[in-house]
Design a protein around this ligand. Structure first.
Ligand SMILES: Cc1cc2nc3c(=O)[nH]c(=O)nc-3n(C[C@H](O)[C@H](O)[C@H](O)COP(=O)(O)OP(=O)(O)OC[C@H]3O[C@@H](n4cnc5c(N)ncnc54)[C@H](O)[C@@H]3O)c2cc1C
Length: 382
């Protein structure tokens, strides 16, 4: 017998968690079910975001998913350090699992764990336990679909470590790029998760999707030693290889039915690999439009906006991977982090203005557009 819902979310990762949280806040009467093949939601992840990544309407529904927050971040490059004053936050697989399962404890909703979806169409979802579910809105958020053709890669190996002593870091280091740059842009991401707890993540932007796990783990141990972090135990590891697409058609949001959402549908920032800025906008749009036709139109409009912005981010990827030799890529990022913070924030949120885009590419605004230059000439600011 068919079971019917308002919304079925296939795949219980970041995107489905955000949609469930958005509906809980904005459309609490909707009946929702999440289908996840693992025994818990969220896999093995820490997802971070800048608070300025979120549209105003998403802050309240993302909030309950957050496990840790910091009031600032920093970046370290050879000869250049900068503190960024914007707040930063982390959602962990545990915080996502707990928040979303408790939100979906209401009547008509469910979280189905350990169940594989074998067929996903616009009308129904077939489960491997024989059940068949139907819904007005079926969202396919089963994660990455397959290899991307024209792309560079961002690869990570992360160690969440417990130290023998307290560290003195009170904010995340987004990039410590004072490390060897021979094979591509290379940095260590350092996230203080507790007085003695750090996530140390070795990250590299290069052409290679291979992950040298032992070599990079050994490097992280050396990095810890060089920074006087005595590792008592490694409590968790994470790793991944994310595409940084530069092809014209790669990584663009798709809007077919059933709606491919999250990574599967291209709802991510091609220039940073972060999903939250774009996935939160999609979640809000789905939750705000109960009616099928309205929802369709709103998603199409959002997708076209994200596509236009993604085109610029893919162009920057092309510059980095096609025009710059690996050892010089660090200079692109070093220059980017010298820009005014609002430009950096809008780039991360995938909402740069035309002027931001020009400044990211060419540095200071052309003299004719510069407010100070125009004022000196007695001309109004643009
Ligand atoms: C190491 C690493 C660090 C990252 N850090 C960040 C970060 O800091 N910030 C950020 O925004 N992004 C980050 N990302 C990117 C981000 O993790 C992904 O983009 C994000 O998880 C995509 O969300 P999603 O919901 O599309 O897919 P996922 O989160 O991968 O979820 C897909 C889910 O679908 C389930 N599934 C698959 N097939 C089936 C099936 N047939 N039936 C049922 N369930 C199924 C899977 O088990 C999985 O739980 C990081 C990625 C990696 C690898």
């Amino acid at each position: 017998m068919d079971t019917t819902h308002d919304i079925i979310l296939v795949g219980g990762g970041l995107q489905s968690g955000l949609i469930a949280a958005a509906c809980h806040e904005l459309r609490p009467s909707a009946s929702i079910t999440i289908i996840e093949r693992d025994e818990q939601l969220g896999g093995n992840h820490i997802w971070c975001f800048h608070e300025s990544d979120l549209p105003a309407g998403a802050k309240t529904f993302v909030d309950p998913l957050v496990a840790v927050r910091w009031s600032r971040t920093s970046v370290h490059f050879p000869g250049f350090k900068r503190t960024l004053t914007g707040a930063y936050a982390a959602v962990t697989n545990h915080s996502l699992h707990q928040a979303v399962t408790s939100m979906l404890r209401r009547p008509g909703c469910s979280v189905e764990l350990g169940v594989n979806a074998t067929v996903v169409t616009a009308e129904h979802v077939q489960l491997d336990d024989g059940r068949r579910l139907t819904a007005d809105c079926i969202i396919d958020a089963r994660g990455a679909r397959g290899p991307v053709a024209e792309t560079g890669y961002q690869s990570f190996v992360g160690l969440e470590v417990e130290l023998a002593d307290n560290h003195d870091l009170d904010h995340p280091v987004l990039m410590d790029a004072t490390v060897d740059q021979t094979n591509g842009f290379h940095f260590v991401y350092v996230l203080p998760l507790g007085p003695r707890r750090l996530l140390l993540e070795d990250t590299c932007f290069n052409e290679d999707a291979e992950l040298d796990r032992p070599g990079r783990t050994a490097f992280l141990h050396q990095y810890a030693q060089a920074h006087d972090y005595t590792i008592e135990s490694v409590v968790r590891t994470e790793e991944g290889v994310l595409p940084m697409p530069w092809g014209a058609a790669e990584g663009i949001p798709a809007t077919a039915e059933p709606l491919p959402a999250g990574y599967r549908g291209g709802w991510f920032h091609p220039g940073t690999g972060y999903s939250i800025p774009v996935a939160a906008r999609l979640a809000e749009t789905i939750a705000r439009h109960a009616h099928r036709t309205d929802r369709r139109l709103a998603i199409d409009k959002l997708a076209s906006n994200v596509r236009a912005q993604s085109r610029y981010a893919r162009f920057l990827n092309r510059l980095m991977f096609r025009w710059y030799p690996p050892h010089q890529r660090v200079n692109i990022l070093r220059r980017f982090y010298g820009l005014p913070e609002p430009i950096i924030q809008r780039f991360y949120a995938l909402t740069p203005t035309p002027l931001d885009k020009a400044r990211i590419l060419v540095g200071r605004p052309p003299a004719g557009l510069s407010w100070r230059h125009r004022r000196a000439q007695g001309r109004p600011s643009p």
